[in-house]
Write a protein that binds this ligand. Structure first.
Ligand SMILES: Nc1ncnc2c1ncn2[C@@H]1O[C@H](COP(=O)(O)OP(=O)(O)O)[C@@H](O)[C@H]1O
Ligand SMILES: [Mg+2]
Length: 215
């Protein structure tokens, strides 16, 4: 199956799970033998510090025009470019949406968080209109507690065929929270909780790739 050349994580809401998703996607793809770089487009630079510790290539680019020009060049140099989006709706977000092939929108599983995705979804719809349907886009629920009943509600609240909700949810796990402090992701951590979390991320990324391929 084809992989997206430029994969972005976007949502203006801080704490949604963009940097965590981006770092995990980078390590997952790298472990499969792909050459990967991460572009940290967030002024907070949390994912670039993390990637440095993991030992994977990264760049920090938070100027929208520079980003717009750099993304295609990086995608020539690397198999896959992961973009960690900013915690704002801005020209940076527009530059990312103008260039990426697939954008994943993490959201916490509360109604308040889900509603706040409306604005990024609007940006995505506009980008799709300008680019003839690109980028492909999907939402996923992140840091879901076991036993949460929100999934069906979430599906009803969102119900957007242009930007569907992915079936796989990422559960709330302490080892995911601990990963950056250990200079690792759950893919490089020992123990059963980390293995379970790794399988969880793998299922999400597999679903994202299938979705990207229209399957
Ligand atoms: N699935 C999860 N389980 C537990 N903690 C999580 C999970 N996803 C993210 N976190 C934690 O939530 C916080 C915010 O996540 P982060 O990826 O930095 O969000 P964003 O980049 O969207 O601002 C971080 O402390 C991170 O470790
Ligand atoms: Mg972040």
């Amino acid at each position: 199956m084809k992989l997206p050349k430029i994969l972005a994580f976007a949502n203006q809401k801080g704490g949604a799970g963009k940097s965590t998703g981006a770092a995990h996607a980078a390590e997952w793809l790298s472990k499969q033998g792909h050459s990967v770089t991460l572009v940290d487009a967030d002024g907070q630079q949390s994912s670039s510090v993390w990637l440095k510790e993991i030992g994977l290539p990264y760049q920090v680019i938070s100027d929208p025009e520079t980003l717009f020009e750099a993304l295609p060049k990086l995608s020539d140099e690397f198999d896959i470019v992961i973009v960690d989006g900013p915690g704002s709706l801005s020209e940076v977000t527009k530059a990312i949406l103008a260039r990426c092939d697939l954008v994943l929108v993490p959201s916490r599983d509360s109604i308040i968080d889900l509603r706040s995705t409306g604005k990024i979804l609007q940006f995505i719809r506009h980008a799709k209109e300008l680019r003839g349907g690109m980028p492909k886009a999907a939402i996923f629920l992140n840091a879901v507690s076991k036993g949460s009943v929100l999934l069906r509600e979430a599906q009803e609240a969102l119900g957007d065929s242009l930007v569907p909700l992915m079936e796989t949810v990422i559960y709330d796990r302490q080892c995911i929270k601990d990963a950056p402090g250990q200079g690792s992701t759950v893919f490089g951590m020992r123990g059963k909780p980390a293995k379970d979390a790794a399988a969880n991320y793998e299922a999400l990324f597999d679903e994202a790739v299938r979705f990207f391929n229209g399957k």
